[in-house]
Design a protein around this ligand. Structure first.
Ligand code: F6R
Length: 530
């Protein structure tokens, strides 16, 4: 099933109309299956406009409506016959004899249904079926049931549908209790299907349709057996809360995002074994889902991810099928990506570079990590891409790196490297302020900056060299990716302008350099947006 998400109902209507119009343009004598209800009204209006402008010709088109109340007179304003004429047929150049709607005035509904099915077959079958979806998952009037009727039949309306449709009638008691409807097989026989869903009252069922299995208690899930179904929904129907999880070596961070706002955050300790991590994740996701109607789960994790399987040096994951385990155990649509990629996505969606299309995130920590965002999407490959800490900036006599190369950028610009360099230079200069900062053989990043503030030339020298190396790496990234901005994160960026000002002087082309305002939260936020 393809999913098209639209910001607004207007956009949904235009997109759906475009698909119907393309169908008619490619095959002018197309057979269309049509739905009523409030959802397709905008699409019908868009199609009528195209026809009025002479851009669409319905003269050869045949239509079959999904359903009609029973019994109901055609003159009744609530009949689907009346609805279709009012919203579409009176506004387009369709021939009356090409319009088919089950006859709600018949005295023999069984025969009417059989004849309707024969007429569909005789027309060559439905090329494109338009569907809406009931809050209970019905399509047409195929209501949730233990078994579903295959072909056009007389159906009893469920209480849920009677109550949902009572908005069109003066009182709920006026809603007919039965309807003639195409069956699930009639619908599935269509060559192509578009299913429209709009509004927050469809959110739960859309989420169940996307995430759940095939089940007669949600008849729309039968559509998952069809090879060509496109679900078109507006933001209200589709965007449930998104759950983002960032698995770190020490803590697992969690964020829930609803309507672009962070509505919940928490963290808990990362378990020591694969089993402990997985069981704590499953338990947490289930409990959060119970409170927040989660549509999707995104997980960021260190390591290499292939087809949802994770292998990580920092976590007890070795070819661990994280994505499939979480999806199976929680029943939620789950995506897994590298944690640095997630952080970069978090920056471009929620951070101080949210106005950018393309960014490179550089995290200066124990090592150097990073992610590349191009056109607001993570830049991926099938291999381990984005290991920006491991491009070589010192070819000759480069420092050895645990990756097996020499001269990797992180050997010069990680926090670890910065502190190591400072300590070494301090030891070579025992009369320096920096040397005096060493306590129990330890020096921190903050100590180096304190020494600089006290006028220590040795500390200043280390920092100047650090900034030169940092600029060297950033300039290379800028040359390769041409981002709108480079975002820096990690402990050293706490120094703010003390780091930024000298760095900016060495960066080419006035490229924008930002310090992350999300820092450690970026990973979970970005994971939610995967
Ligand atoms: C209409 C139909 C129904 C509706 C569904 C959604 O012909 O068969 O299945 O598509 O009840 O209705 P709305 O669009 O009013 O929410």
């Amino acid at each position: 099933m393809r999913i098209i998400t639209c910001d607004t109902y207007e956009e949904l209507s235009k997109k759906a109309a475009k698909i119907v119009a393309s169908q008619i343009t490619l095959k002018p004598d197309s057979v269309l299956g049509l739905a009523t209800g409030s959802t397709p009204v905008g699409m019908y209006s868009a199609l009528a406009k195209l026809c009025k402008r002479g851009e669409l010709d319905f003269s050869e088109v045949k239509t079959f409506n999904l359903d009609e109340y029973y019994p109901i007179s055609k003159a009744n304003k609530q009949s689907y016959d009346y609805f279709m004429r009012k919203n579409l047929f009176s506004k387009i150049n369709i021939k009356n004899e090409n319009v088919h709607i089950p006859n709600g005035e018949t005295t023999d509904p069984k025969k009417e249904c059989e004849d309707y099915e024969k007429q569909i077959k005789a027309s060559g079958g439905i090329d494109l079926q338009v569907l809406g979806i009931g809050q209970n998952g019905h399509i047409g009037f195929n209501e949730p049931d233990a078994s579903l009727n295959s072909y056009t039949h007389l159906a009893n309306l469920s209480e849920n549908t009677i109550s949902a449709n009572s908005r069109f009638f003066d009182t709920p008691s006026e809603v007919p209790k039965q309807a003639m409807t195409m069956g699930i097989s009639t619908i599935l026989n269509a060559k192509k299907i578009i299913l429209l869903a709009s509004g927050a009252n469809k959110r739960r069922v859309v989420s169940e349709l996307i995430n759940g299995g095939i089940n007669t208690s949600i008849p729309a899930t039968m559509l998952k057996t069809h090879p060509d179904v496109t679900l078109i929904c507006d933001k209200d129907a589709y965007i449930g809360a998104k759950l983002g999880i960032d698995i770190g070596g020490t803590n697992i961070k969690v964020a829930v995002i609803d309507s672009d706002k962070v509505v919940y955050k928490c963290h808990f300790k990362t378990g020591a074994t694969e089993e402990k991590i997985l069981s704590s994740l499953i338990e947490k996701i289930k409990s959060i889902n119970a409170s927040f109607n989660i549509t999707t789960v995104g997980i960021g994790t260190p390591g290499i991810i292939k087809n949802g399987k994770v292998t990580s040096a920092n976590l007890p994951f070795s070819d661990t099928p994280l994505q499939s385990i979480i999806a199976k155990e929680t029943g939620l649509c789950t995506t897994v990506d590298n944690d640095a990629n997630c952080a970069a996505l978090g920056e471009v969606v929620f951070g101080n570079t949210k106005d950018c299309e393309n960014i490179v995130l550089v995290t200066l920590g124990t090592g150097i990590g990073g992610g590349i965002i191009m056109h607001r999407q993570i830049l991926h490959s099938n291999n381990n891409m984005g290991e920006i800490g491991h491009f070589v900036i010192q070819a000759e006599n480069g420092r050895p790196c645990k990756c097996g190369q020499h001269g990797c950028w992180e050997q010069y610009c990680s926090m670890t490297a910065f502190i190591k360099d400072a300590k070494q230079l301090a030891l070579e200069n025992p009369d320096s302020i920096l040397f005096g900062m060493i306590k129990n053989d330890k020096l921190s990043g903050k100590d180096i900056f304190k020494a600089i503030d006290c006028g220590c030339e040795v500390a200043q020298k280390v920092f100047d060299r650090y900034v030169r190396y940092l600029a060297l790496g950033i300039n290379s990234l800028v040359n390769i990716f041409g981002p709108d901005a480079v975002v820096l994160a990690g402990g050293v960026t706490e120094q703010g302008d003390k780091l930024l000002n000298p760095l900016k002087r060495l960066i080419k082309n006035d490229i924008r350099i930002e310090i992350s305002d999300l820092q450690n939260d970026a990973g979970a936020l970005g994971a939610a947006m995967l």
